[in-house]
Design a protein around this ligand. Structure first.
Ligand code: NAG
Ligand code: NAG
Ligand code: NAG
Ligand code: NAG
Ligand code: NAG
Length: 477
């Protein structure tokens, strides 16, 4: 009798112990939905004893880019909303880590996107990956957050390292992990966000860099429409009359006297033949090392030239001869040959480094020739800026790697977008056939000559002469 009782007692104890273990946590169905077309909403229902939820999203096996740490449930569920645009055939891996009763449980799911639906292709069980011994080590300070993510899932992070990027937004509440989105503007707000973008306002038509424009902030020239930033260079209707005076609006820094006004009747001086715009993030966002992706359509038209670049924060957008990291450019001309017969029209894309030394440029560029003009379509232009290497991509294809010149960029840089006309480096007379340009660089008459010969170029400026930016994104590296 007694042994039987003992056995039963042991069995009950064993069952009780097992029950104790099973009293862990089983993660419920993870609800994923496309939210507002551009976002993704991931949620699980709340339960007593849930303390924290970490969400990690990985698209197509890239490093985790999207991470979220939720510290409380709202309306009965733990919900993370991420700005992420998914397309058909994207593979989305969702990993959730739930801190429950001081333990951490993991569950991962893989989905393939098909017509905005999520087809689940893989699903793990709930796994207890951290048992509470010292729950206080799970602190959520910023310094520990990246490290914690890494500890939580080494498999996901096996190819990831802590970021090398430094950003102007590394403020108290923000954590930067490698691959994390640190800046984005997709121009979806209906108007330009003036706390992000500032205008460069001044005229450029004199011997220093000899661009044949004035940059201004008129909403006719630069504006946001249908989710895109447009910079539309405009030909003046008349240039010889009147006086050009910007006054306090002028943002010139190097030579205010020449750049902020044009006095009437001075030697060969005319009002600007073209008005255009240049915008920058110097006051709002700068970063050192990272990946910048711009989806844009470049301007098309003779002597147009796009600026899509990074410049050190120790300079202003308006600084002459500032060193530049050129994300990408292609000249506006449909046809343009160098004196060596190289095609240097808008069919050739360039990216890389420009370093100015005593008014002369040292260019370290890579290029790629295309059958079509780069202004014919949108392309994804990417520059990966690392301490010792610059990688240039267009539409996810690498067309150049640069190892020299990077020590000149040993500081945070800000983003510049602009469209100009001419420029003595952009259309360097010494590499062009003589007389293809309707003006000569560095001559006092350059702007006047350009204007007087407008019959040769004005007809090439069409509704494709704008630079149109769909989005710009910067990821920590
Ligand atoms: C929670 O639910 C209430 C009532 O349904 C709703 O008004 C509120 O917006 C919800 N809050 C959130 C954060 O979803
Ligand atoms: C403008 O940008 C700032 C800084 O990124 C942001 O806080 C704000 O919400 C933006 N405004 C609009 C209207 O999008
Ligand atoms: C123009 O090209 C010539 C020849 O390659 C070069 O010596 C000169 O420095 C270039 N001009 C500028 C402004 O860089
Ligand atoms: C550029 O990126 C967008 C998504 O942002 C994508 O839809 C498009 O296919 C990409 N284009 C190319 C040519 O890679
Ligand atoms: C640009 O102009 C061409 C020819 O005039 C026209 O067919 C096309 O629809 C225009 N495109 C836009 C985006 O306005």
């Amino acid at each position: 009798m007694a042994p039987q009782f003992l056995l039963n007692f042991q069995l009950v104890l064993l069952l009780l112990l097992m029950g104790q273990q099973n009293m862990g946590y089983k993660m419920p169905h993870v609800n994923i939905e496309i939210f507002n077309e551009r976002g993704l909403k991931i949620s699980i229902p709340d339960e007593a004893r849930m303390q924290r939820v970490f969400v990690m999203l990985q698209v197509d096996d890239s490093c985790p880019v999207f991470m979220d740490c939720l510290t409380q449930a709202t309306n009965g569920s733990w919900t993370s909303v991420q700005r992420i645009r998914l397309q058909n055939d994207d593979k989305l891996r969702v990993s959730l880590f739930v801190q429950y009763n001081n333990n951490i449980y993991e569950k991962s799911e893989t989905h393939v996107i098909l017509n905005t639906r999520f087809l689940t292709t893989q699903q793990s069980n709930t796994v207890n990956i951290w048992r509470s011994k010292a729950p206080e080590t799970l602190d959520n300070s910023n310094e520990n957050k990246c490290q914690l993510y890494r500890t939580l899932d080494r498999r996901l992070f096996k190819d990831c390292k802590p970021t090398n990027s430094i950003t102007s937004r590394n403020s108290g509440s923000q954590v930067t992990c490698q691959g994390e989105l640190i800046f984005e503007d997709d121009f979806s707000e209906g108007q330009l966000n003036s706390s992000v973008w500032m205008h460069d306002i001044r005229q450029r038509m004199y011997y220093v860099e000899e661009e044949l424009v004035a940059f201004d902030d008129s909403p006719r020239i630069s504006y946001v429409r249908e989710g895109h930033l447009h910079i539309v260079p405009m030909v003046a209707s008349e240039v010889t009359e009147g006086v050009y005076k910007l006054g306090d609006r002028c943002t010139a820094v190097d030579n205010r006297q020449l750049e902020c006004s044009i006095s009437k009747g001075s030697f060969f001086k005319i009002n600007p033949p073209v008005y255009s715009a240049q915008l920058h993030t110097r006051e709002s966002f700068s970063f050192k090392y990272g990946k910048v992706v711009v989806r844009a359509k470049l301007p098309k038209g003779d002597w147009l030239f796009p600026y899509m670049m990074l410049q050190p924060v120790s300079t202003y957008a308006e600084t002459h001869f500032a060193n530049q990291l050129r994300i990408a450019y292609a000249r506006g001309n449909e046809f343009l040959r160098s004196s060596q017969q190289d095609d240097i029209s808008g069919h050739r894309l360039y990216g890389g480094i420009v370093i100015w030394q005593k008014g002369d440029a040292v260019e370290i560029l890579k290029n790629r020739l295309h059958t079509k003009h780069y202004g014919d379509d949108f392309h994804n232009y990417t520059m990966i800026w690392q301490r010792d290497k610059l990688t240039l991509l267009v539409d996810d294809e690498i067309y150049g790697e640069i190892y020299d010149g990077l020590p000149f960029f040993n500081e945070k840089c800000f983003i510049i977008f602009g469209v100009t006309v001419g420029g003595f480096l952009n259309f360097n007379d010494s590499i062009l056939l003589t007389d293809v340009k309707p003006y000569k660089n560095k001559q006092p008459r350059a702007a006047l000559s350009f204007w007087e010969n407008r019959g040769t170029w004005v007809s090439t400026w069409t509704n494709s002469s704008a630079m149109i930016v769909d989005y710009v994104r910067v990821y920590a590296d």
